[in-house]
Design a binder for this molecule. Structure first.
Ligand SMILES: Cc1cc2nc3c(=O)[nH]c(=O)nc-3n(C[C@H](O)[C@H](O)[C@H](O)COP(=O)(O)OP(=O)(O)OC[C@H]3O[C@@H](n4cnc5c(N)ncnc54)[C@H](O)[C@@H]3O)c2cc1C
Length: 417
């Protein structure tokens, strides 16, 4: 009997986990199924680029996983029953198969429903945008947390005439990247950013100074201490009652997880993320692992890891290695769940690499300018490369030993009753 592993979601973390499990375990011992709503890998970290009209490389999973032993199931996950150990999926319709449908489940015309059974589940459904419940946001704002969102914004920006106002709401990493990308690509637009605090207030003095210079150069107006409390078709309103004109509002105030986990008996946090231990194993259901944005894991100083590829990637390594080790009786290696830097693109020509402590606090060192833009581009390329090469991070010798262990110990893998 093969041990059935189902991985839900083929974003950065699910795809890495599936690929790494396939490299760690023998095909005759396990059946690995990767369920995703779309047929190609979406580079979420480049959605602001897509939104301004840049075309991204198409990365079909059929090529990415060819010959790996991972079976790809193109379907939308509609429910998970962690007590029965089943997943309900709806096969992707025409639009999903063509790659035009949305991440997060908008997989085209509804197809037939199927129930899949698992022995081990890896939950990696990621996240979408977070309206924070601000009135008018869901109706009038645009978002870049998903490909359909970015494509819609792309159309809307393309229709704007010179001088029209665009307001990016949110002064975090995504907001900074969106505002600068739009201003660089469309210097004819009147781009502004509304931030709850001061612009880049978590950065080092050097990082902050550089950010302000780039904003000035690109003609972006920064509204600081300007929490947005309402969005309408042509303006946003801030907490002090100020109206900012906005032909397009881009909403970037953090991410929210999909509601599927909340509908299960899994232990979740207030944010709806699955609570996991240091091996990414669910605190309530030991045959469930969760990685990436969908999971709440603790990093250095027991601080929750923020939703990012930077930590999602080692979370995926950790989950795959823990599953493989537990199935084969091996020792569980420890992935580096810590931060090194925050890499921010500020358009295509400018960037900011803010070095940070292990628990993500800025230190007084930052790389700026063209070199930082090149560095960030390499990081994005590396993140996509890491999906196709999921054993990155395992020293060659160790990988070889691990394979040997699997070869002998995997014979002992049994499907739990
Ligand atoms: C514009 C932007 C810029 C960013 N920049 C950075 C950055 O510079 N550095 C950084 O570290 N992080 C960055 N992030 C955050 C990073 O992209 C996320 O943290 C990362 O994508 C999380 O990976 P994940 O695998 O958890 O989820 P995702 O990458 O979102 O993958 C989830 C997958 O699940 C699929 N899915 C979802 N729901 C369903 C369903 N119901 N059925 C089937 N499939 C489903 C989706 O289609 C997707 O393939 C950025 C995000 C955005 C939006």
């Amino acid at each position: 009997m093969q041990h059935r592993i189902i991985v839900l979601g083929a974003g950065y973390t699910g795809a890495i986990a599936a690929g790494r499990l396939a490299k760690r375990l023998h095909r005759e011992d396990v059946a690995i199924t990767l369920v995703n709503a779309e047929p190609d890998f979406v580079e979420r970290v480049r959605m602001h680029q897509l939104a301004v009209g840049q075309d991204l490389r198409l990365r079909p999973f059929s090529e990415m996983f060819a010959g790996t032993g991972v079976e790809l199931k193109l379907a939308k996950v509609t429910a998970v029953d962690v007590d029965r150990k089943t997943v309900e999926v709806e096969e992707a319709g025409e639009a999903g198969a063509a790659g035009a449908a949305g991440a997060g489940g908008a997989a085209g015309a509804a197809g037939k429903t199927e129930v899949l059974e698992y022995d081990t589940l890896v939950y990696a459904l990621g996240s979408g945008w977070n309206t924070q419940g601000v009135p008018g946001t869901a109706e009038f704002a645009d978002q870049i947390a998903s490909r359909p969102g970015a494509l819609r914004l792309r159309e809307r920006l393309a229709r704007l005439g010179a001088g029209q106002p665009v307001v990016v709401v949110g002064g975090g990493l995504t907001g900074l990247e969106a505002a600068t990308e739009i201003a660089e690509a469309r210097p004819d637009l009147d781009v502004a950013l509304a931030a709850r605090g001061e612009l880049g207030d978590w950065l080092s003095p050097k990082g902050r100074g550089h950010l302000r210079r780039v904003f000035d150069k690109l003609g972006i107006t920064a509204y600081e201490h300007a929490a947005v409390t309402a969005v309408e078709a042509d303006r946003v309103t801030t907490a002090d009652g100020t109206h900012l004109p906005a032909a397009v509002t881009v909403w970037t105030t953090g991410f929210a997880v999909h509601p599927i986990a909340r509908a299960t008996t899994l232990e979740i946090t207030e944010t709806g993320q699955i609570a996991v231990d240091r091996t990414m194993r669910s605190l309530s259901h030991p045959d469930v692992y969760a990685v990436g944005d969908a999971a709440m894991a603790l990093g250095p100083a027991d601080k929750p890891l923020r939703m990012s590829c930077a930590t999602g990637t080692p979370m995926a390594w950790q989950a795959a290695d823990a599953i493989a080790a537990r199935l084969t009786g091996g020792k569980i290696p420890k992935a580096p769940l810590r931060y090194f830097n925050q890499c921010v693109s500020l358009g295509r020509k400018e960037g900011l690499i803010q070095y940070v402590t292990a628990d993500d606090r800025a230190v007084n060192a930052a790389l700026t300018g063209r070199l930082a833009a090149i560095y960030k581009e390499l990081v994005c390329k590396g993140a996509a490369w890491g999906v196709a090469n999921p054993t990155l991070g395992i020293p060659t010798r160790r990988r070889h030993i691990a394979r040997q262990q699997n070869r002998t110990a995997a014979k002992a893998v049994k499907t739990p009753a």
